[in-house]
Design a binder for this molecule. Structure first.
Ligand code: BGP
Length: 493
């Protein structure tokens, strides 16, 4: 048996309120941007164009939101129902406990606490819900790790203030953050501010509440490219809102050059900068030198408050949190600094790697590389808040799911994680994305399943909602029980 992971290593799973809770208009909750994220099925992708993960993020224009409000019957909006965790949390947490979870990464729905985002008094019913969830987790010795904002800005802040493009939203966020951090001071030790803060570039509406002017272009892979001024202003405001001793959260995009041409390597450097930028600011408390040229050449001027830079410096994060799904191939696009693609799937496919059903390349070695590079850059402890495989599952006649493809993915990534730790990288936890099937962030599908726990529910909300254990449930349970030493797939199911 291989070497175990460090003692006390936090094994667990990761979710987001908008993808699991449902109950979008219960318990005093106000509407959030995620309630306006439309279902994008394979048929829609095939007819409307090659949608990337997260791009375009379902709804972004004022017109679409207005139409969804006026004619909800014309739209399929699955995040409103999630997987009904709001009502099933006890049963679901009991299953996480059975797998041996040490940590559960989840988020609080901001509009459940402050229905409009900027109310002065919090909604007690919303606060009580999370009290109950945290108590339930602690009952089993599971540590909650909580994201304050995971792609669900209160809609009112988006509509009236343009979300984080305005400082008003920073003040509202600060009130929300203070309220929950104070309320749960004895129940929550680990906090993250914004999920995948870099996604503002490709997904400004749901991640930051920024409604861009004009309607998105149909049939475009990414109709939200451009508007750099707005996006970088929003992200600056999010940096300021984040400036506190807690974790950041970056969607880590590891890039390889397409060839050994120096120009391709230069492109890797440019793209890397657009990814490191976010964590550079959050980890060092300073704007890195390399962004200035891009800002100058694109007429971007970040408006800063007099104390912003001081706040950033004082609020540098204690640990680095990342999601890791895949790696990307870069080809030279010319000088001066080209604009980032904002795409999650690269045009150029890596011929050496297999792909998931959604075209995401599977690259466990890239995981080790990225962990080493992050640690080399920041020398701060790392928490993996997301890693996982979205796949189509086919239950057999008895409803059992032999998901060896998911087990293979997990095994390969945990092996490389172990290598990275052996390399000397300080990683203190690993949370599998979507331990229970949930609504996809990018496409709002249920068909894209990540879970070790199957949920009987389809893209349109049909099904019993019943939970059942896939083969990977038993695999992860055994892996955790051995603290990562036993990765053998010898499960009888
Ligand atoms: C990350 C998000 C998650 C999650 C995951 C998988 O970017 O933080 O919310 O959903 O990606 O993406 P998808 O659900 O689109 O497959």
């Amino acid at each position: 048996m291989a070497k175990a992971f460090p003692e006390g290593f936090l094994w667990g799973g990761s979710t987001a309120a908008n993808q699991i809770e449902g109950a979008w208009n219960e318990g005093g909750r106000g509407p959030a941007t995620s309630d306006f994220a439309r279902l994008i099925t394979k048929e829609i992708r095939d007819t409307e164009g090659p949608f990337d993960a997260h791009v375009p993020h379902n709804a972004a224009s004022k017109e679409m939101v207005e139409d969804m409000k006026a004619h909800p019957e014309n739209w399929e909006l699955p995040k409103r129902r999630g997987i009904d965790f709001y009502h099933t949390y006890k049963e679901d947490i009991a299953l996480f406990a059975e797998m041996g979870f040490k940590v559960f990464r989840m988020s609080i729905s901001w509009s459940r606490i402050f229905p409009n985002g900027d109310d002065l008094v919090p909604n007690e019913e919303g606060l009580k819900f999370y009290d109950a969830v945290f108590d339930e987790l602690h009952k089993y010795g599971i540590e909650p790790l909580v994201t304050l904002s995971h792609f669900d800005t209160p809609l009112h802040l988006a509509e009236v203030y343009g979300g984080f493009a305005s400082r008003h939203t920073v003040d509202a966020f600060a009130r929300y953050a203070e309220t929950v951090i104070r309320r749960y001071k004895d129940k929550v030790k680990y906090w993250l501010t914004f999920n995948e803060i870099n996604n503002v570039l490709s997904n400004p509406f749901t991640s930051s509440g920024v409604i861009l002017p004009g309607a998105p272009e149909p049939n475009s892979c990414n109709p939200y490219l451009e508007h750099w001024q707005l996006k970088f202003q929003a992200v600056h405001n999010q940096f300021v809102a984040s400036a506190a001793k807690m974790g950041n959260m970056l969607c880590r995009l590891e890039n390889y050059a397409e060839s050994s041409k120096p120009e391709d390597q230069l492109q890797v450097m440019f793209e890397d900068h657009f990814n490191w930028f976010f964590t550079d600011v959050q980890a060092t408390g300073e704007y890195p030198y390399y962004m200035q040229r891009f800002f100058d050449e694109n007429g971007i001027k970040i408006e800063m408050g007099p104390d912003d830079l001081k706040l950033l410096k004082e609020g540098a994060v204690d640990f680095i949190t990342i999601s890791y799904y895949m790696t990307y191939i870069m080809r030279y696009k010319g000088n001066p600094v080209p604009k980032p693609t904002g795409r999650l799937l690269s045009d150029i496919k890596n011929p050496h790697l297999p792909k998931s059903d959604w075209g995401w390349v599977i690259d466990p070695i890239g995981f080790r590389i990225t962990l080493n590079r992050i640690y080399d850059r920041y020398h701060k402890p790392i928490f993996i808040s997301e890693n996982g495989l979205g796949a189509v599952d086919h239950p057999d006649a008895q409803g059992r799911i032999e998901d060896d493809y998911r087990i293979d993915y997990m095994r390969a990534h945990v092996e490389q994680l172990r290598e990275a730790i052996a390399d000397g990288v300080d990683v203190f936890g690993y949370a599998w994305w979507g331990p229970i099937d949930l609504v996809s962030s990018g496409t709002s599908e249920m068909t894209k399943r990540y879970g070790m726990i199957y949920v009987d529910q389809d893209d349109y909300g049909h099904g019993t909602g019943k939970r059942s254990k896939k083969k990977s449930f038993y695999y992860y349970k055994k892996l955790i029980a051995s603290n990562g030493a036993d990765l053998e797939n010898n499960i009888t199911y």
